[in-house]
Design a protein around this ligand. Structure first.
Ligand SMILES: Nc1ncnc2c1ncn2[C@@H]1O[C@H](COP(=O)(O)OP(=O)(O)OP(=O)(O)O)[C@@H](O)[C@H]1O
Ligand SMILES: [Mg+2]
Length: 606
């Protein structure tokens, strides 16, 4: 499998380019023929030394396919496009290359399908349907980018080293020596305007001269090489139940399962909007076409809260709707993570948001079914877990040669749609084993319109201990204590509610009734957070902590009132306690001071 950069004639825009991004260049080999057609999988004979993963073009429409099995002379090919027109005897042309992504300027703001075809250019705007065999370069071949070198002639550079920059929207798009190229000595390298097909530098290596371009191709199923670093900081999301209770590490994996309509997409979109990732790769997988069109439209309107620029400028959207052929859905996740690795290697923090991995797993199931493989649990192929693992294992924080911090990360957040909201099904279970953070969406909470409907009793984060030092430094010493207190109070509420169901609330001792009241405040004043609320949708960490501190001070204030002889009703009627119920609507300006003053009235610090 070649990781060579694109030669001058093989850039995305050149004559010999594949047109669709993931295919390889055509090679002059006698074509094979289709021997069995029907559905997303066809069989072909007469190919010349085909290899696993090789991309082929099938039939007169040159449909894109990939060899997924070899049995002697016969190759099994999954076809990424509608195959109804294919017939036995149709030609199958080998490309000699695996599925590849083209990585370079032009990715930010793009909307692509799983084969990196630009949907903006090709698709029907309403349905996102693509006709068969449609081709367009994945990255604009005509556009000229202003390249500013950061290295000079004669310098020695190796894989991953930064050659220069191209300004793309607000982001510094760092042009790197591709993995697998060099080391070598740089020849001429000048500030200039260049298209993706024009070389910007030459590298003298042990094996000859390599021309370096602004873009290069990478096989999507092969992780880009990286040296891993332990996680040390959270991906800050602005969402309280996440940042304060169940954080995900930068470079970590979060899985968010939830039944129909429980808020998976809203959480993913909130993360796209408000998380502190530099680049967001959003993979919309198997959603309905009109939903996807809505999503894309909303992304166009959304504004990056950090820069005021359109959110799309730091986002790459990869969309495979339910009306697109199933095999392309399978590729979309790998295209997404490859694009994420490319920005990670530039020294950026990337969030890869996949909604929904269940639709991806269903694509595996459908293709597996066509292969007449022995199905595993619920008809999913036996390799479901290993394929999911291969995807999630591409998350991580790594060292990079580029970027001021010399590190980059990919945080993966995968939504799962278990049928009937039943988490015991195979995709949820396999994902759970790979997740560092598990945000369990709760159907009852969603019905009660408690949003985000992340259930606090089933969710967990394995990163809490590791992130402790970061939180102590960034938000103060008390985070772990407050977090534990909040979770204990919520767990206690669960127990008490069971008791109440049997004997009624009046039978509880006053302290317990106050605990119930305090737990309600934690839920309603702290955990609930409406994604569309103009002030409360995302809050800085310092505000989140001050809110939690105030709510827990409310609990202590009520207990103190009881000890002074007040009744439960008197304790809960304290105006300062009542005020807690409204803190979510407080505007951001001066809110920390206001919360501290309120906590002070309630009896001070933790
Ligand atoms: N954080 C939130 N704040 C406010 N409303 C929310 C929030 N999360 C979900 N909702 C409400 O719930 C509805 C359904 O949410 P969403 O579409 O995200 O669910 P889903 O789990 O993705 O559903 P599906 O299973 O159909 O994909 C939203 O349209 C919105 O009204
Ligand atoms: Mg959804």
């Amino acid at each position: 499998m070649s990781a060579r950069p694109a030669g001058p004639g093989a850039g995305p825009g050149s004559d010999t380019s594949p047109g669709t991004g993931l295919g390889g260049e055509g090679e002059a080999r006698a074509p094979g023929t289709v021997v069995q057609a029907g559905g997303p999988v066809v069989r072909a004979g007469g190919l010349t030394a085909p290899s696993m993963g090789e991309v082929v073009r099938i039939g007169t429409q040159r449909l894109l396919g990939e060899v997924i099995r070899l049995d002697g002379e016969v190759a099994t090919i999954q076809v990424y496009e509608e195959t109804s027109g294919l017939r036995v005897g149709d030609p199958v042309v080998q490309t000699g290359a695996p599925l590849r992504a083209w990585l370079g300027p032009g990715l930010l703001g793009a909307t692509l399908d799983g084969l990196q075809r630009p949907l903006d250019a090709l698709a029907d705007a309403g349905t996102w349907a693509l006709g068969p065999g449609l081709e367009a370069p994945p990255l604009d071949p005509t556009r000229r980018w202003h390249f500013v070198p950061v290295r000079g002639p004669g310098e020695t550079v190796g894989p991953g080293d930064q050659l220069g920059t191209v300004a793309e929207h607000g982001l510094e798009h760092r042009i790197l020596v591709p993995p697998g190229v060099g080391p070598g000595r740089l020849g001429p390298i000048d500030e200039r305007d260049a298209t993706l097909a024009e070389p910007v530098a030459a590298l003298e290596t042990a094996t000859g001269t390599e021309l370096l371009h602004l873009a290069h191709a990478w096989p999507v199923r092969v992780p880009r090489p990286a040296r891993r670093l332990p996680a040390e900081a959270p991906l800050v999301t602005g969402i309280r139940v996440i940042d304060m209770l169940f954080p995900v590490a930068r470079g970590g994996v979060a899985v968010i399962p939830g039944g129909f309509g429980t808020g998976k997409t809203v959480v993913e979109q909130s993360l796209a909007r408000a998380s502190d990732a530099d680049v967001v790769v959003y993979v919309g997988c198997g959603e309905r076409g009109n939903e996807m069109a809505d999503l894309l439209a909303s992304f166009r309107e959304l504004v990056d809260p950090r820069t005021g620029a359109p959110l799309l400028h730091r986002t790459v959207l990869i969309a495979n709707t339910s009306n697109m052929p199933v095999a392309a859905r399978e590729a979309s996740i790998e295209l997404g993570i490859t694009v994420a690795e490319y920005f990670r290697d530039q020294g950026y923090d990337v969030a890869l948001l996949a909604d929904s991995t269940s639709r991806w797993a269903e694509a595996l199931r459908e293709i597996g079914g066509r292969l007449e493989e022995l199905p595993g649990e619920e008809g999913f192929p036996a390799y479901l877990a290993s394929r999911l693992a291969a995807f999630y294992e591409r998350a991580g924080q790594v060292t990079t040669a580029a970027g001021p911090a010399r590190r980059g990360s990919i945080t993966v957040v995968g939504a799962v749609s278990p049928p009937g909201g039943d988490f015991s099904e195979p995709v949820t279970q396999a994902s759970l084993r790979l997740a560092g953070t598990f945000w369990a969406l709760d159907t009852e909470l969603a019905h009660a319109r408690h949003f985000p409907a992340i259930g606090w009793l089933r969710s967990y984060s394995l990163y809490v201990e590791r992130l402790g030092a970061w939180y102590r430094e960034a938000v103060g010493e008390e985070w772990e204590t407050l977090r534990t207190q909040a979770l204990e109070l919520l767990a206690r509420e669960r127990q008490l509610l069971d008791v109440v169901e049997l004997v009624g609330v009046d039978a509880l001792p006053p302290e317990d009734r106050v605990s119930l009241e305090a737990a309600r405040l934690v839920r309603e004043a702290f955990l609930q957070q409406h994604a569309y609320d103009p002030v409360d949708a995302a809050r800085p960490l310092g505000v989140q902590l001050a809110m939690l501190r105030a709510v827990l001070a409310g609990h202590r204030a009520m207990l103190a009132a009881l000890h002074r002889g007040a009744s439960v009703d008197e304790a809960t009627a304290d105006p300062a306690v009542r005020e807690l119920a409204r803190i979510r609507s407080w505007p951001g300006e001066g809110i920390v001071e206001r919360l501290e003053a309120l906590a002070g009235r309630l009896g001070g610090a933790a």
